[in-house]
Design a protein around this ligand. Structure first.
Ligand SMILES: Nc1ncnc2c1ncn2[C@@H]1O[C@H](COP(=O)(O)OP(=O)(O)OP(=O)(O)O)[C@@H](O)[C@H]1O
Ligand SMILES: [Mg+2]
Length: 287
C-alpha cells in the first residue's frame, strides 16, 4: 500500500503542492528517494532513519521507496524530512494511517528525533489554507504559521514522539497563536538629519506620492543615510503588505522566533551582513 503525505516545494515565494508517496514493499532492505531530490533531500534518508530509531521505531527490513510527485519539479531543502518520516510512521502503523490526510507537512529532523525550524512556513501555511488543509510544522515556526488564517488547524511539534502522541490522543498539542515583535529596535528617523533640506523634501514627496527615487551624489554625501531613514516617514504596512513582506522573509529564513514585524523593509546590499543564498534569490524590496 502507498501512504501519501502532502508537502510543498518553493518556487520563489509560491508554495507548490508536492505529494510524498511512501511505499514499504517486500524485497531486499533498501531506502530510496526519487522525484528530482537535491543533495539535502537525498540526505533525508539518514536523518529519517536515525530520528525513527531515536523515537523507538525501527525501519522495517523491507524495500522502502519514497516518491516526491510531481517528479519533474526539482525538490530543494531539508523540509521534506518530516513528511517522509510521518509517511513511514503511518506505513508501519506508528500513527493511524488516516491521521495525515488533510494536513500539509514540513520540517527538518535531527538525529535525535527533534524537529528543527525550516524556512517558508508562512507561504506553506497560506498554501495549505487555500487547499483547506491543516499544517504540521516545527514548534519554533508555529506562531509564524498561525498568521495564515485564524481557522487553519496547526500542529506545531518539537519531536516525532509529540506528533505520535498528538494523533494517539495521549498528549494533544494546542494551536499556536500568531506573534508580532513586541520590542522593535528604534527606527532610524528622518528628523535626525540636519541640513539636506532639498533632499529631505524630495524624500517626503516620494513617500507621500509613492514614487521611486534615484539618488546621485559624490561618495559620503549622505545618500545611504537618507535612504535608510525613508521607512520612518512611510505609513505602517497594511495587513496584505505585511503578509507579502513576511512571506519573502519566511522563504529567506529571516523570521526569528515565528514573530512577524510590521516594519517596512530596507535593504542596503553593500552595507548589510552577507545574505543567505535563499535571501539572495528572494525579490529585492529596497536598495
Ligand atoms: N548631512 C549630514 N549630516 C551628518 N552626517 C552626514 C551627513 N552626510 C553624510 N554624513 C555622514 O557620512 C556618512 C556616509 O554617508 P553615506 O554612507 O550616506 O554616503 P553615500 O552618499 O551613501 O556614499 P556612497 O556613494 O559612498 O554610498 C554617513 O553615515 C554619515 O555619518
Ligand atoms: Mg551609499
Amino acid at each position: 500500500m502507498v501512504q501519501r503525505v502532502s508537502t510543498v516545494a518553493f518556487e520563489g515565494i509560491e508554495a507548490r503542492a508536492v505529494d510524498v508517496q511512501v511505499q514499504v514493499a517486500p524485497g531486499l532492505p533498501a531506502f530510496a528517494i526519487v522525484g528530482l531530490p537535491d543533495k539535502a533531500v537525498s540526505e533525508a534518508r539518514e536523518r529519517v532513519r536515525s530520528a525513527l530509531i531515536a523515537s523507538g521505531l525501527a525501519l522495517p527490513a523491507r524495500r522502502i521507496t519514497v516518491n516526491l510527485a510531481p517528479a519533474d519539479l526539482p525538490k530543494e531543502g531539508s523540509h521534506y524530512d518530516l513528511p517522509i518520516a510521518l509517511g513511514l510512521m503511518a506505513a508501519i502503523g506508528a500513527i493511524p494511517p488516516d491521521a495525515l490526510s488533510g494536513f500539509t507537512v514540513l520540517g527538518e529532523l535531527g538525529l535525535d528525533g527533534s524537529i528543527a525550524p525550516v524556512a517558508g512556513v508562512l507561504p506553506a501555511a497560506i498554501g495549505a489554507n487555500a487547499r483547506d488543509e491543516g499544517l504540521i510544522c516545527p514548534a519554533a515556526c508555529g506562531a509564524e504559521a498561525a498568521w495564515a488564517s485564524p481557522d487553519i488547524q496547526i500542529v506545531a511539534a518539537s519531536s516525532l514522539i509529540q506528533i505520535a502522541n498528538h494523533f494517539k490522543g495521549t498528549q494533544v498539542l494546542s494551536r499556536p497563536s500568531p506573534k508580532v515583535h513586541e520590542r522593535e529596535e528604534a527606527l532610524l528617523d528622518l528628523r535626525d538629519i540636519k541640513g539636506q533640506e532639498s533632499a529631505k523634501r524630495a524624500l517626503e514627496i516620494a513617500a507621500a506620492g509613492g514614487h521611486h527615487l534615484l539618488m546621485i551624489g559624490s561618495p559620503g554625501a549622505g545618500k545611504s543615510m537618507l535612504a535608510a531613514r525613508l521607512p520612518s516617514i512611510l505609513p505602517p504596512l497594511s495587513p496584505s503588505e505585511l503578509l507579502e513582506v513576511s512571506m519573502i522573509a519566511s522563504v529567506a529564513g529571516e523570521i526569528e522566533g515565528g514573530a512577524l514585524t510590521a516594519r517596512r523593509p530596507f535593504r542596503a546590499p553593500r552595507l548589510s551582513r552577507p545574505m543567505s543564498s535563499r535571501a539572495r534569490k528572494a525579490p529585492l524590496l529596497a536598495w
